[in-house]
Ligand binder design. Structure first.
Ligand code: AHR
Length: 520
């Protein structure tokens, strides 16, 4: 033990007693975390806190859009409660309209008077889509919540001409017929289109393409992404499924010079079996462990894809956009027609926190990430039922972590005993840190162990602070959830378990918890 740590251990004993009297398990693990403010890394792109909203289930209809005449309080048709909740977490970017849905989407279906729009089958996810939510509704929604815009382009069944006309319709400031059509449909000023994804999962639902073929298709489409001079559009190539490094290699070698970013999709399936993914709420410690282990895998995936990209792009001009990630469980038994609806527990909160930590550690390459998905679909921020809304444990992690948006990444070194279950073991504590523009250092600490508290000694070389505050997210059970009747079971609380003494912060992390500290 370092001398500086030993020096204040006496005073710290009182805090341990206090913590135990609040019902945490007896602390029995000591962890050392060093935050290297002396070796600042890249800026943490706010866009890694991005969202994904696909036209499916109740993700858009009922979740975001209820229409102006709905009994649910709304702002020009958008749910007021959802808009406010999303603004509160500073959503930086939203990806729309898919997903698989995007490669069968005709943008012309979603413009003009709503009652005249065609009703189409949703061939990817079932049901019908009457296109009440289209281009204007999406672009205005992004403006309303203050987010950047990311359109997933139909490459699978579309054409480069349809894409370039869609982009012109949205962005043109001239008096072309398309710009005039936009004006006639109610929007005078062009919108800002920030990102386009050239297809989605082109190896699968986007057209079952082989990487060589897709690389040429990408080059063709990328040529026709015409952005206004003052408002460039980032072009994102449809990337690999999980560990398909060959896809990244081929795309980078054949089309790298025209790619601004390449995507990566990875989902964690608690059981590892797509046919029986496991329940979002009824699980034991084995699936707690397998899910957290799945989240930790993101580190290796990014490192390996990034190494392939380095071969062609050692200066890291091309970004990695993890534009679909999260936990995918069996659909909730109560879901009805709400495709891919699943509950969200403390387990989701911890896996989100770990994944965000990993994105931050790779801030030099990961420029965007979009959790799947924003409302009522997969690992959602928000669940709704008619006029009711509940914020999920994952939402609260995004809320606690919003302080990292735009901060400078500070490398962390964690010396923690493993958390073991059966023959599986993972590091017991995960951490990340960043310094924001005002100089405050934020440190997030995740205790993966559901049984034992951890005493963390936080070493802060190069950081002059004297005060520490924080918030903690935890719950009595690993599968604790928020429901419409009990919305506050998993919610952040002020954290009183940290003290700052002689340059070292000591924090007692409750079992299965996420703690974010602000060090002034
Ligand atoms: O997020 C649900 C689906 O998962 C998306 O539509 C698709 O891109 C992925 O396979």
């Amino acid at each position: 033990m370092k001398a500086s740590v030993r020096a204040w251990m006496g005073g710290f004993a009182a805090m341990l007693v206090l913590v135990c009297s609040h019902g945490y398990a007896q602390t029995n693990t000591t962890v050392e975390v060093t935050v290297h403010a002396d070796r600042p890394g890249a800026i943490i792109h706010p866009e890694i806190y991005g969202q994904f909203a696909e036209q499916l289930g109740h993700g858009i209809y009922g979740g975001i859009w209820v229409g102006e005449h709905s009994a649910t309080p709304n702002i020009r048709g958008y749910r007021k409660d959802v808009v406010e909740a999303l603004k509160a977490i500073k959503v930086p970017v939203v990806r729309w309209p898919g997903g698989c849905f995007a490669d069968q989407y005709d943008w012309r279906d979603g413009i003009g008077p709503r009652d005249k729009r065609p009703v189409r089958m949703n061939a990817s996810w079932g049901g019908e889509d009457d296109n009440r939510f289209g281009t204007h509704e999406f672009m205005d929604f992004a403006e309303l919540i203050g987010a950047k815009t990311y359109l997933s382009i139909n490459v699978g069944t579309g054409t480069p001409r349809e894409m370039s006309q869609w982009i012109e319709y949205i962005t043109a400031d001239v008096h072309s017929s398309l710009a005039q059509e936009r004006r006639a449909n109610g929007r005078d000023k062009p919108w800002k289109l920030d990102y386009v994804g050239i297809g989605n999962e082109m190896w699968g639902c986007g057209g079952s393409m082989r990487p060589q073929f897709y690389a040429d298709v990408y080059r063709q489409y990328a040529t026709f992404v015409h952005a206004p001079e003052h408002a460039p559009i980032v072009r994102i190539a449809s990337g690999a499924n999980a560990d398909d490094l060959g896809w990244t290699d081929t795309a980078m070698s054949m089309a790298g010079s025209q790619i601004d970013a390449i995507s990566l999709h990875n989902y964690t399936i608690p059981t590892g079996d797509w046919k029986h993914k496991g329940s979002a709420t009824e699980f034991g410690e084995a699936e707690w462990m397998s899910t957290l282990q799945g989240a930790l895998r993101m580190d290796e995936l990014i490192a390996r894809h990034s190494a392939v990209m380095d071969k062609y792009d050692p200066k890291k001009r091309v970004g990695l956009a993890v534009d679909e990630w999260g936990n995918w469980t069996d659909q909730d038994p109560s879901a009805g027609d709400a495709a891919l609806y699943q509950q969200n527990s403390l387990r989701d909160a911890l896996s989100a926190a770990i994944t965000l930590d990993i994105f931050q550690a790779h801030a030099d390459r990961v420029r965007m990430a979009n959790i799947a998905q924003m409302v009522n679909v997969l690992q959602a921020m928000i669940l709704t039922d008619q006029s009711k809304m509940v914020l999920t444990p994952t939402y609260y992690v995004f809320d606690m972590y919003k302080v990292f948006q735009g901060a400078t990444y500070l490398p962390v070194n964690v010396q923690a005993p493993a958390y073991r279950f059966g023959n599986v073991s993972v590091p017991g504590v995960h951490a990340t840190a960043g310094r924001d523009a005002t100089g405050i250092v934020h440190v997030a600490l995740v205790n993966l162990d559901p049984h034992h508290a951890d005493t963390v000694h936080l070493m802060l070389p190069g950081i002059k602070g004297s005060d520490v505050h924080g918030h903690v997210l935890t719950a009595p059970e690993i599968n604790a959830i928020n429901t419409f009747d009990h919305p506050d079971r998993v919610k952040p609380a002020a954290f009183g378990g940290a003290i700052f003494k002689q340059g070292v912060v000591t924090a007692v992390l409750p079992p299965k918890s996420v703690v974010v500290l602000d060090i002034h």
